[in-house]
Design a protein around this ligand. Structure first.
Ligand SMILES: Nc1ncnc2c1ncn2[C@@H]1O[C@H](COP(=O)(O)OP(=O)(O)O)[C@@H](O)[C@H]1O
Ligand SMILES: [Mg+2]
Length: 240
């Protein structure tokens, strides 16, 4: 097996908020292909890890993108350097149309960009609709489309299926699977059937540290381990 350089290398990453030591020395690599799922119970530091990578949380340690250190760069530089971030709360502009939301990122093409036409035909049909009146799933598509209008070396995507109906979970999963054929993704996701379907690897956090790394299929197949690490059993989870 050939080993390629990871797209992202994280070493001894710490985040402190006031007196709270949230990330306590996270170490992990994100390989240059496929989906790496970042898992763990609520409150263990998954969102904080993504925010630290993109420069939105105060961090120490070392983060390398394609071998270059980025831990001291501002968010705008990191984004220009090729990391796309879709936050948990999606942050679409509800008062703007789908078209206007996308043109904020890509004034020339917006909804007419080939990637939007290919992956999000529904958004093309709804281009004139205010984003605030879209369903949660459609808003997630806007948030995803917005980052995909740029060339990304890596995508950070935080709980994209949270609160979505099962049919839309499947649609979002399909889009992520398709995107991951060309762009590596670090994905925070609670839906284990979805993780099993689209993730290659998992990194599990607990109390601000990495407690498990391995193949996604192996973790999901191990009922005792998923219960121990994630506190869930497969049966409770929805469709992927
Ligand atoms: N801006 C902040 N200020 C203080 N504490 C925070 C802040 N953001 C997150 N935390 C705390 O950090 C911990 C990890 O949060 P988070 O990374 O959002 O967890 P997860 O995404 O794994 O559910 C939680 O205890 C949360 O309350
Ligand atoms: Mg979170």
């Amino acid at each position: 097996m050939t080993r390629t350089t990871p797209v992202l290398e994280i070493e001894d990453l710490h985040v402190r908020y006031g007196g709270s030591h949230i990330l306590q020395g996270v170490d992990c690599d994100v390989p240059a292909t496929g989906v790496t799922a970042l898992l763990g119970r609520n409150g263990v530091g998954k969102t904080t890890t993504l925010r630290a990578i993109i420069g939105l949380a105060p961090r120490t340690g070392r983060i390398r993108l394609h071998g270059r250190e980025i831990q001291r760069l501002a968010t705008a530089r990191i984004v220009r350097g090729g990391i796309g971030y879709v936050p948990e709360d999606r942050e679409v502009f509800g008062g703007l149309t789908v078209e206007e939301n996308l043109r904020l990122v890509d004034p020339e093409r917006g909804v007419d960009a080939p990637v939007v036409e290919r992956l999000f035909p529904e958004l093309v049909r709804r281009r004139g609709q205010r984003a605030g009146t879209l369903s949660g799933g459609q808003q997630q598509m806007v948030a995803l489309a917005r980052v995909l209008l740029r060339e990304n070396a890596l995508l950070l995507i935080d709980e994209p299926t949270k609160g979505l109906a099962p049919k839309l979970v499947t649609e979002v999963a399909d889009v992520l699977a398709e995107v991951s054929r060309t762009t590596p993704i670090l994905l925070v996701e609670q839906n284990l059937p979805l993780v099993r379907r689209i993730a290659d690897r998992v990194v599990v956090l607990d109390a601000g540290q990495v407690v498990h790394r391995g193949a996604a299929a192996e973790l999901v197949a191990d009922v005792a381990l998923t219960r121990e690490l994630l506190g869930v059993s497969m049966r409770r989870e929805g469709a992927a």
